[in-house]
Ligand binder design. Structure first.
Ligand SMILES: C[S@@+](CC[C@H](N)C(=O)[O-])C[C@H]1O[C@@H](n2cnc3c(N)ncnc32)[C@H](O)[C@@H]1O
Length: 353
């Protein structure tokens, strides 16, 4: 039997308001607790029964970037002000960067641009200097990942130099500041040697502490941050992820429009038969909702991928191994595993030697 050590229980609902727009930004249901599993690491658990349809967690991104094909014309950009992050529709006028860094950076108003000045100043020179060459030499995915790292470093910079903690950073043990980022799982041991080598080069060329990117961390610390980001970031899609059984006919979750790191939402583990669905709201906040009645003591899981896209056991396993480096042992995977494979070590979590 799996031993579970409870980190803490809590009796109240956490509400943290956004400092600039007065919006509720982080919220955890009082029946949801953090726990530790010897195989999966941190996890979310129900402390008391939770009925289907209950909103369980709302988390604000520590860092978020838009993901678009053509930033100059695409209507799915997000307002760059992290206290706003509203969708920038094509029929609404946008405010661009006065220094012309990249078309992906835009604000919904000059008020949002001004409110975002200190944060954007941290990334602006880096974007001007490196965005085009990373895109050209390493491709769009690596550019997005690098920019998300830069925005995490920008949030850390603001937290340390300007913010002085207006938003309680740890309420009832739910850390959502830089300490929450430091708690994220993932390290150089999680990923293949080849992958780590490539990220090491990326850090050396574009993400080192410098006048263009004054973060004060060592190259090793930035590499570690990439390993964490890759194990914990969310793609943002317009429709729910994790509806199961899948709706018939299959309706997928739509086109990815952003990527983000959420310190609290990142605690949710994966199941191919999840009991929570997740979906971003109109401000890029991640919302978890119970999709089934959840009993006290049960783990609360999301699906890390679109269940309409990877339907059979082999494709689910392959995707999880490649993208998240673990082998799922949820009830669905176990029930679909042929009997002769159940004791096969090759389907257990793998390590690169
Ligand atoms: C977003 S984090 C989830 C929280 C994580 N358990 C922690 O300790 O912070 C993703 C990582 O959790 C672990 N994980 C998530 N779901 C799992 C599962 N079903 N089986 C085994 N490990 C899992 C894997 O190590 C994965 O890379």
């Amino acid at each position: 039997m799996i031993q579970t050590a409870y980190i803490r229980s809590q009796a109240s609902i956490l509400i943290a308001s956004d400092e600039t727009v007065g919006r509720t930004s982080r919220w955890v249901h009082s029946h949801l607790i953090q726990a530790l599993d010897p195989i999966k690491g941190r996890q979310l658990r129900a402390f008391k029964d939770i009925p289907a349809g209950t909103r369980m967690l709302v988390d604000r991104p520590y860092a978020i970037i838009p993901v678009v094909d053509n930033p100059a014309t695409n209507d799915d950009l997000l307002c760059s002000n992290r206290a706003c992050n509203c969708a920038l529709r094509s029929n609404v006028s946008r405010v661009s960067c006065p220094h012309g860094c990249v078309a992906d950076v835009a604000w919904c108003s000059s008020t949002c641009r001004d409110a975002d000045k200190a944060y954007h100043s941290f990334e602006c020179n880096w974007l001007k200097r490196y965005a085009n060459s990373i895109r050209k030499k390493w491709g769009e995915y690596v550019f997005g990942m690098s920019w998300l790292i830069v925005r995490m470093l920008a949030s850390r910079h603001i937290e340390r130099t300007i913010q002085h903690d207006t938003d309680t950073s740890s309420t009832h043990g739910w850390r959502h500041d830089w300490c929450g980022i430091e708690l994220l799982c993932g390290s150089v041991d999680t990923w293949s040697h080849e992958q780590v080598r490539s990220w090491t080069l990326l850090v050396k060329k574009y993400l080192q502490n410098s006048a263009v990117l004054p973060h004060g961390l060592t190259a090793q610390q930035v590499l570690h941050l990439i390993c964490q980001e890759e194990a914990n970031s969310f793609g943002l899609y317009p429709r729910e992820t994790g509806i199961y059984p899948c709706p018939q006919p299959h309706i997928n979750r739509g086109e990815q429009f952003a990527a983000a790191v959420y310190p609290l939402a990142a605690m949710a583990n994966h199941s191919c038969i999840p009991n929570m669905i997740h979906k971003p709201d109109e401000y890029g906040h991640m919302v978890f909702t119970a999709s089934k009645d959840i009993l006290a003591g049960q783990e609360c899981c999301i699906s890390y991928f679109d269940l309409t896209e990877y339907t059979d056991l082999t494709s689910r396993r392959e995707h999880l191994r490649k993208s998240f480096r673990f082998t799922c042992q949820c009830d669905r995977c176990v029930s679909e595993t042929p009997a002769h494979e159940l004791n096969d070590w090759s389907v257990m979590p793998s390590m690169d030697i």
